[in-house]
Ligand binder design. Structure first.
Ligand code: AMP
Ligand code: MG
Length: 492
């Protein structure tokens, strides 16, 4: 059996970046799921992680050779308010591993027990949120969205106390980095420029190596971060994904979707949809996500300001110039993504209005987000035969028929062939997303009946979300009225 190729560089940053920790063992670890394909990608397939001992390691009962478990320190703005003392309170970085391509991946356990940063929390996770994160993060990966990955979920054999007693679990997550915007805020709030610089150099070296050669590496790096966030949030918006807690401590510096809590995909389109039970004022509503992205990046700018120029004045100017690009970058990514979803290849000024009109019609008719675009992609080959499935999503047929007329006249300006157009549309309009009611059903069966088949079936369908699969239509449909999930919870 090969050793796990640990290469723990974060630990080198120094003791002020983390607290070393031994994971707290659990009574009866059992593997719920192991992501063999991801293990192979990471070069972990022949290691003890993938062996029968794996569950003990992935539950934190055994620390494998070469691991250097630590809880990462960070701060963050939570719902707009600065909290100087957050950090991994129920998670730990088991170690970092060298991927076959030479880059590093952080291997994190979540639910692994108390740490120096746990405050009043128990450091544990219930099974439900673990299954939810596993399903949604893996679905995001298969949908093509940058994200942390799920390597494994283990049940602990122990119970955790929330509103009620719930079965406990630990999820193993993989990220290009678990450094957050809040990690920079942590050091900046202590005026520790040395640490901010060290951390920036670390992140640039591992996650933005191209910026090293730029004339002004820190500025190039900040611009690259802005670019990745704009692209990421545009992808969320194109899929109807709502992160739910876009606090700065939940924003990855590497541009990946991170910290899946009360996240959700919307069913019928509502522009200001909120699911999270704790988001009382809609700060993290669907349509507010692009703005919050900029708000968080502005907090990052404040934290790294001294790196951007010699004088504060110049640094503020540089930061403002870079942040000023965000809206245009976001709009560009969004519009191009939406053009792909609606089969438009050439770029015309009129496209934005056409696309926004569709969203307006969807909102007025409470049309299902995912199905609208999926059925639209089936209409790419110019035929009105299949209009019925799309029309069935709308109450006011006049509105959608009018929009389809406009869309078809717009398509006449395209040079591309219809087959190619349809293939491109189908590659960006999924058939399946992890729908809230399906996730809920998977959790209910696992928690209440110890039945994981519902979870496994849903997970299997979400492996190829862009392909219609035989006998799997049940996963396409929006919830029946009695299945609608109104609220989602952090589960912490
Ligand atoms: P979140 O926004 O859910 O990612 O978590 C915010 C902060 O609360 C982080 O510092 C977490 O580590 C901490 N936290 C959440 N749940 C727990 C828990 N059960 N025990 C200890 N700390 C927790
Ligand atoms: Mg978090």
């Amino acid at each position: 059996m090969k050793p796990i190729p640990f290469n723990n560089r974060y630990a080198d940053l120094g003791e002020n970046f983390y607290a070393r920790i031994t994971p707290a063992p659990v009574s009866n670890p059992a593997l719920v799921i192991f992501n063999q394909a991801l293990a192979e990608e990471l070069g972990l397939a022949d290691t003890c992680l993938a062996s029968s001992d794996g569950a003990a390691i992935l539950a934190g009962n055994r620390v494998p050779e070469g691991a250097a478990p630590l809880a990462m320190a960070y701060a963050g703005h939570q719902f707009g308010h600065f909290n100087p003392q957050l950090g991994d309170g129920r998670a730990l970085l088991l170690g970092q591993i060298g991927r076959p391509d030479g880059t590093l991946a952080d291997l994190h356990l979540k639910g692994s027990g108390r740490t120096l940063f746990s405050r009043g929390g128990d450091g544990r996770s219930a099974l439900g949120p673990v299954l939810r994160e596993y399903l949604v993060s893996e679905a995001m990966a298969k949908l093509g969205v940058p994200t942390t990955r799920a390597l494994a979920a283990v049940s602990t054999g122990e119970q955790v106390a929330r509103q009620e007693l719930l079965p406990g679990a630990v999820i193993t997550r993989i990220a290009s980095s678990f450094v957050r915007v809040g990690t920079f805020e942590h050091f900046s709030s202590k005026s520790d420029l040395d640490a901010v610089t060290k951390l920036a150099d670390y992140v640039i070296g591992h996650n933005y190596p191209d910026c090293r050669g730029a004339p002004q590496p820190y500025r190039a790096w900040f611009e690259a971060i802005i670019d990745r966030q704009a692209a990421l949030i545009a992808q969320w918006m194109q899929l109807g994904f709502i992160h739910g807690v876009m606090n700065t401590d939940n924003m990855s510096i590497a541009g990946e979707t991170i910290d899946y809590g009360p996240c959700a995909f919307m069913d019928h389109y509502t522009h200001d949809q909120v699911y999270s039970s704790i988001d009382h004022h809609g700060r993290y509503a669907y349509n507010n996500q692009p703005n919050i992205g900029l708000w968080n990046l502005t907090r990052l700018a404040e934290s790294i300001l001294p790196l951007l120029a010699e004088t504060t004045e110049d640094a503020v100017e540089a930061a403002q110039a870079a942040l000023g690009e965000y809206a245009g970058l976001y709009q560009g990514y969004w519009l191009n993504g939406m053009r792909a979803k609606t089969g438009l290849d050439i770029r015309l000024d009129e496209d934005k209005a056409l696309i926004n009109d569709l969203f307006d019609v969807m909102a007025e008719n409470q049309a299902d987000f995912t199905l609208t675009f999926y059925y639209l992609s089936r209409l790419a080959i110019d035929s009105t035969d299949q209009d019925e499935s799309l029309r069935a999503l709308f109450n006011d047929l006049g509105q959608i028929d009018h929009w389809l007329d406009q869309w078809r006249s717009r398509l006449k300006k395209e040079n591309s062939d219809a087959e190619g157009r349809q293939a491109r549309m189908q590659a960006t309009n999924p058939v399946y997303i992890p729908r809230n009611h399906q996730i809920e059903a998977a959790i209910r069966a696992a928690e209440d009946q110890d039945d994981f088949t519902v979870f496994h079936d849903l997970h299997a369908v979400l492996q190829t979300p862009y392909e219609r699969q035989p006998n799997k239509d049940v996963y396409m449909w929006p919830p029946e009225p009695d299945e609608v999930v109104q609220q989602t919870f952090c589960g912490t």
